[in-house]
Design a protein around this ligand. Structure first.
Ligand code: MN
Length: 312
């Protein structure tokens, strides 16, 4: 796995590093760096600020060596497990995407026994990014349902979006055709992205919250008539890309509304997730409406579709 490790070094260690990598320096030095060097498979960049960056498959080995040296020289301990994390990379990506016009997509409902799958693509011109940031869409994963219900209607007014709702009967039909969840997701993402690209043919990047390896994604959509191919796949994309964040909020809002209307129809408020409370509720619904009701409101390949028998 490719790693980026960053930590701050003392002036003393800085000197040592400059000397050590003297012969391995690359010709070009990035802005604000003292040097950039390749040592075996690891790229080392030392910045004027004292920030040392190690990148590559074995970056941890090199980083560890210098962390130990630091401790011997100055007694300063470097917390490598902290330096490991992907924060630097995420910050870089966020900085880049902040200044770009993006189309982004995200889905909701794939972990819930009850209710549809909702996929949304949003188009966010770069001028709109600060506004969305202010609204707080960045942390869509940590936003409560209450807040989603508050901000989503505004979002839907202000942000160009395309949403597709895959209802349970259709989902179950896909499943019976042998489509797994990732294939269904890929097909739906492609569908909203195709539509969005037609609406807004000019943009800087298309970003998808990664749920499967890119090669697999394209395998999954190989039978789709039209395909969007210029995709940047990012994990946790909603935290770095405004259009993905907006898509995530809108999808969640529509999912909540769908759940509400299904629940109103049944006379039982539906529950999210796939836990035992969901099994119990499924048993209740089957008792009242019979088991033929479930495929209309639930994803029948989930374990819940067997487990509810225990609660009948
Ligand atoms: Mn997602």
């Amino acid at each position: 796995m490719y790693m980026t490790i960053v930590f701050k070094v003392s002036d003393l260690l800085k000197e040592k590093m400059v000397a050590y990598y003297q012969d391995k320096r690359k010709e070009k030095t990035p802005p604000y760096a003292l040097f950039q060097a390749m040592d075996a498979d690891t790229m080392i960049t030392l910045y004027e600020s004292g920030k040392a960056m190690f990148q590559g498959k074995c970056a941890d080995m090199d980083a560890k060596m210098w962390a130990e040296m630091e401790r011997n020289l100055t007694g300063k301990r470097v917390n490598l497990s902290e330096a490991y994390d992907r924060n630097e990379k995420i910050k870089d990506t966020r900085r880049t995407l902040y200044g770009l016009t993006t189309i982004g997509s995200d889905e909701v409902g794939t972990g819930d026994f009850f209710g549809p799958i909702v996929v949304t693509a949003c188009y966010v011109p770069k001028e709109q990014v600060p506004y969305l940031d202010q609204l707080g869409v960045r942390d869509s994963k940590t936003i409560t349902d209450k807040k989603i219900i508050e901000i989503a209607p505004t979002l839907m007014k202000e942000v160009s979006h395309v949403t597709f709702i895959l209802r349970n009967e259709e989902y179950n039909r896909y499943q019976s055709m042998g489509y797994n969840m990732n294939k269904i997701k890929a097909i739906l993402h492609n569908k909203v992205l195709v539509a969005m690209k037609k609406k807004h043919p000019s943009y800087d990047r298309i970003v998808v919250d990664q749920f499967v390896f890119p090669r697999k994604y394209f395998e999954h959509i190989s039978q789709s008539r039209e395909k969007v191919k210029d995709i940047m796949f990012l994990t946790k994309a909603e935290s770095v890309c405004a259009s993905v964040a907006a898509a995530s909020c809108i999808s969640r809002y529509i999912f909540l509304k769908e759940m509400k209307s299904l629940g109103d129809h049944l006379g039982f408020p539906l529950l999210k997730g796939a836990g035992e409370d969901v099994d119990r509720l499924a048993a209740k619904i089957v008792t009242v409406y019979g088991e033929e009701k479930l495929p209309e409101i639930a994803k029948m390949n989930f374990k819940n579709a067997d487990k509810y028998f225990d609660f009948l």
